[in-house]
Design a protein around this ligand. Structure first.
Ligand SMILES: *Cc1c(COP(=O)(O)O)cnc(C)c1O
Length: 385
């Protein structure tokens, strides 16, 4: 049946392949910062802030130490206080809900939409209309594609609650032609190495069109001070290192090229797997997701664990984002959620698998992964007979 294929090793993410061509350029930039000794808030931070503001179509960008801190700073700047309720999705990286708890507020979840894995916006809208005590809402643009923002923005405006976009995975994504991180009051970006624009360590950024918020965010990342040793607010220490900003400035120039590579690879998966009689649901961009940047290419498979094990056996890296919904995390037990509260999120956590999609993959690599998936499907059919 299936012809034997030569073995290859395909990691989920190949940072070496992505960084190799830039090695000299980046090392020269790092050496420049080292020689300047301006490790904290050097010029590169401001320059990167300007580039990202421009790229996201916002007026202001504020660097910080991580995407997680960006969320925390955004909540602080939005005036979220202990006991306030903040609406978000149960299907995200932990930081989304963790930041809410960290400021003493209470995460409130609404389930996701099964096709996009993003928060069900109509549900979120209804929830916001019902519960005027919600102080902020954090839609997450998961896997590189935007949540359905209009119903959320509209309801939040009517209720006077803040909208904070968790765009950690979605730099460059667009919603009905509008840029991610430009639609809510504050946008949050992560430069964790596995994100589409990754630093050589941790890093993050906030975006906003509001000058007052920009000022407050810039102060909050330096212990709430606008003037050294005078503190308007109680903030935290969360600056973006100059070295990371210098690295990111180089990598930023390649971001659109890498995104195009991810999109090309996603298209290739579709071409090779769509319509094949295999039990696999491919990601499909919703009509409003006008630019999907594929931080992850996530498929759904009833025998997800079997597929993962089979690909691992064949040296293809995959990952489960995320194996346990946020409402079921042990640390949120006190919130009182139980299994069955968010069935779509729980189902996604059992069925989804991220396949390699990064820009350093060749056509042959994608073909190879698709061949393995077809073999897996064939083996499963045989096993069932
Ligand atoms: C990565 C990520 C974060 C946190 O970013 P860090 O830079 O790792 O702190 C927050 N939210 C989502 C959805 C993420 O994927």
């Amino acid at each position: 049946m299936s012809t034997a294929i030569a073995k290859k090793k395909i990691p989920l993410l190949d940072l070496a392949g992505i960084h190799a061509p830039l090695r000299e350029e980046i090392l020269a930039e790092i050496a420049r910062v080292v020689d300047s000794q301006k490790f904290i808030m050097g010029d590169d931070v401001k320059q990167l802030e300007r580039l990202v503001a421009q790229y996201t179509g916002t007026r202001f960008a504020v660097g910080c130490a991580s995407g997680s801190d960006a969320l925390l700073l955004a909540l602080l700047a939005a005036g979220v206080r202990p006991q306030d309720r903040v609406l978000t999705t149960p299907y995200s990286f932990f930081a989304t809900a963790g930041a809410i708890s960290r400021v003493g507020a209470v995460p409130v979840f609404v389930d996701i939409e099964p096709a996009t894995y993003n928060i069900d916006a109509e549900n979120a809208r209804r929830y916001l209309e019902r519960d005027p005590a919600i102080k902020a809402v954090i839609p997450v643009h998961l896997f590189g594609a935007c949540a359905d923002m209009d119903p959320i923005l509209e309801a939040a405006r009517l209720q006077g609650c803040a909208v904070i976009e968790d765009g950690a995975q979605s730099i460059g994504a667009e919603y009905k032609g509008r840029k991610a991180q430009s639609m809510g009051g504050i946008g949050c970006i992560s430069f964790f190495p596995s994100k589409n624009l990754g630093a050589f360590g941790d890093g993050g950024m906030l975006t906003t069109n509001d000058e007052g918020l920009a000022r407050k965010l810039a102060a909050l990342r330096e212990h709430g001070s606008l003037k050294k040793y005078f503190h308007e607010w109680v903030g935290i220490n969360s600056r973006l290192d100059t070295i990371q900003a210098a690295v990111l400035k180089v990598k930023f120039r390649y971001l659109d090229e890498w995104t195009a590579g991810r999109q090309r690879n996603a298209d290739r998966y579709r071409l090779l797997l769509d319509g094949a009689s295999i039990p696999l649901t491919l990601p499909k961009a919703a009509s409003w997701q006008t630019r999907h940047v594929y931080n992850q290419f996530v498929v759904r498979c009833p025998d997800r664990d079997g597929l993962k094990a089979w690909l691992k056996e064949n040296d293809v890296g995959t990952e489960i984002y995320y194996p346990l919904s946020l409402h079921l995390q042990p640390c949120f037990k006190e919130l009182g959620y139980v299994e069955g509260d968010f069935p779509e999120s729980e189902k996604a956590s059992r069925e989804t698998l991220a396949l390699p999609v990064h820009s350093a993959l060749s056509i042959e690599d994608i073909e190879y992964v698709c061949d393995l998936i077809r073999q897996f499907a064939g083996n499963s059919v045989q096993a069932a007979l």
